[in-house]
Design a protein around this ligand. Structure first.
Ligand code: SAH
Ligand code: SF4
Ligand code: F3S
Length: 442
């Protein structure tokens, strides 16, 4: 494969996939390829895919059909598929639909230069083998679509929680943490380049653990070390599993003003029966106990969640338990989904996807409506308060306004001042919708 070819990467799925695309861009640019932000200028298009729900995969397939139409105009165009759909769909998409020249799974990105060489000799290339220790610790990601203020750092990969509905353990393999020293180096480097907010990523980020000599570094101690880099550097993390949200972690967050006061704690369901079938490893009561600990140890902490509605066997009472859990916690925001059966999961193998589509739709609507009310009520409580906001950029609505976030991860929009992106301003909130705080710099 000739070098100086232009690559373009389109990313679907979660923040980890965004971070992975930055790792891919780094590996390929170091090996002589150029990155282009223009799809139409690309010699090689990569699509970094997600399998989490059926509609995520449908979106990717549609996009691939479009890329195939581009290939009609440019027969030399190469198309590669990366990420979570790689293993599951490699043969179908490659052989039957003739859509792909290359397929690489989440742990195979170091092999991309060789795989592209192989494609250059006229054969197709596949590598979807999962690793037990790959963390890309030494790769310096190329920050794609960056605002120069916020960046992601992957600190662990894989997941072994085996929630019964979830495809991730099979697409991303064993859980493994990344060398703490390399995470701290990357954080420091980002700070020196002007970044002011990093988000530490993992499917179960709070089970992070790294052994060095006879010492174990926990997630709390890693946070503590990164917090110490500079008080101007804000740190966030996602996603936490309720089983690992220790008091030690909460106390660490409470101690450091630059550890953001926002915790994303997916509950999935408020019903003990559903939580058991989902293999979530906690009960409604245990989850509530952790919420009380958060409220107690970190006053003013925002709490957000993920919810799945219509999981196998979910009754109306189970659904009411979810609604009452949402009210009880008073979530600031939530990602809400209809259950979508995924192959190679315990639920697909042993349970019946028996909640009718229209019931799933109705329950999802009730959940979304309730969350809308909760978000609105929470944001109204912020009216009159003043927050420290990290400016991220120009507001979409008006050139005369900036937007940024407070520690609680709420977006605030306010009239521009001299302080620009990457700087902190104090903003007094005058009004709020369910999604945004509106205010003035004071
Ligand atoms: N590791 C994280 C989240 C991973 S996926 C955690 O455990 O919380 C993000 C969200 O997608 C999940 O929290 C869940 O709410 C949702 N999700 C996962 N599998 C799903 C499925 N089969 N159908 C619908 N939603 C699903
Ligand atoms: Fe999936 Fe559960 Fe792992 Fe999250 S913790 S990625 S929901 S298996
Ligand atoms: Fe999707 Fe894979 Fe992330 S399935 S949600 S891209 S880990």
């Amino acid at each position: 494969m000739k070098k100086n070819k232009k690559i373009y990467i389109e990313t679907y799925g979660c923040q980890m996939n965004i971070s992975d695309s930055e790792i891919v861009a780094s590996i390929l640019t170091v090996n002589g390829y150029d990155y282009t932000h223009d799809l139409n200028a690309a010699d090689i298009i990569f699509i970094n895919t997600c399998s989490i729900r059926e509609n995520a995969e449908d979106r990717v397939r549609k996009r691939l059909q479009y890329f195939k139409s581009l290939r009609k105009m440019n027969p030399d165009l190469l198309i590669g598929l990366l990420g979570c759909m790689a293993d599951r769909t490699k043969t179908a998409l490659m052989e039957e639909e003739q859509l792909l020249d290359l397929v690489a799974g989440p742990d195979s990105y170091r092999h991309l230069p060789q795989l592209l060489e192989q494609v250059g000799t006229g054969s197709r290339a596949i590598d979807t083998i999962l690793s037990v220790d790959e963390t890309y610790a030494d790769i310096k990601p190329v920050r794609l679509d960056s605002n120069g203020v916020s960046a992601f750092i992957s600190i662990m990969r894989g997941c072994e929680n085996y929630c019964s509905y979830c495809v991730v353990p099979s697409t991303r393999g064993q859980e493994r943490s990344r060398d703490a020293a390399s995470i701290i180096r990357e954080s420091l480097d980002l700070f020196e380049k002007g970044y002011r907010e990093i988000t530490l990523l993992g499917q179960n980020v709070n089970s992070y653990t790294w052994k060095t000599g006879d010492r174990s570094i926990t997630f709390a101690s890693l946070l503590e070390q990164i917090a110490g880099i500079n008080p101007l550097m804000r740190i966030r993390f996602a996603t936490s599993h309720p089983k690992d949200i220790s008091d030690e972690l909460l106390q660490t967050i409470a101690r450091h003003p630059n550890l953001c006061k926002a915790i994303h704690l997916p509950v999935q369901s408020g019903s003990n029966h559903m939580l058991g079938l989902m293999n979530r490893k906690y009960t409604r009561e245990q989850y509530q106990e952790r919420i009380l600990a958060i409220r107690n140890i970190i006053p003013g902490c925002a709490i957000s969640t993920d919810i799945i509605t219509g999981f196998c066997g979910e009754t109306e009472n189970d659904h009411l338990d979810t609604l009452s859990m949402m009210e009880w916690v008073g979530y600031d925001t939530a990602f809400m989904f209809k259950y979508s059966e995924r192959p190679l999961t315990l639920a697909a193998d042993t349970m019946k996807d028996d909640v009718p589509e229209e019931v799933k739709d109705r329950r999802l609507k009730e959940i979304i409506d309730l969350q809308q009310r909760l978000s609105f009520a929470n944001n109204q409580e912020d009216v009159g308060k003043t927050f420290e906001i990290l400016v991220e950029g120009k507001s979409k609505r008006s050139d005369r306004q900036y937007f940024g976030r407070n520690s609680q991860n709420k977006v605030a929009v306010f009239t521009k001042t001299q302080s620009g992106p990457g700087e902190y301003v104090m903003v007094k909130i005058n009004s709020a919708t369910s999604a945004t705080l509106l205010g003035e710099v004071v």
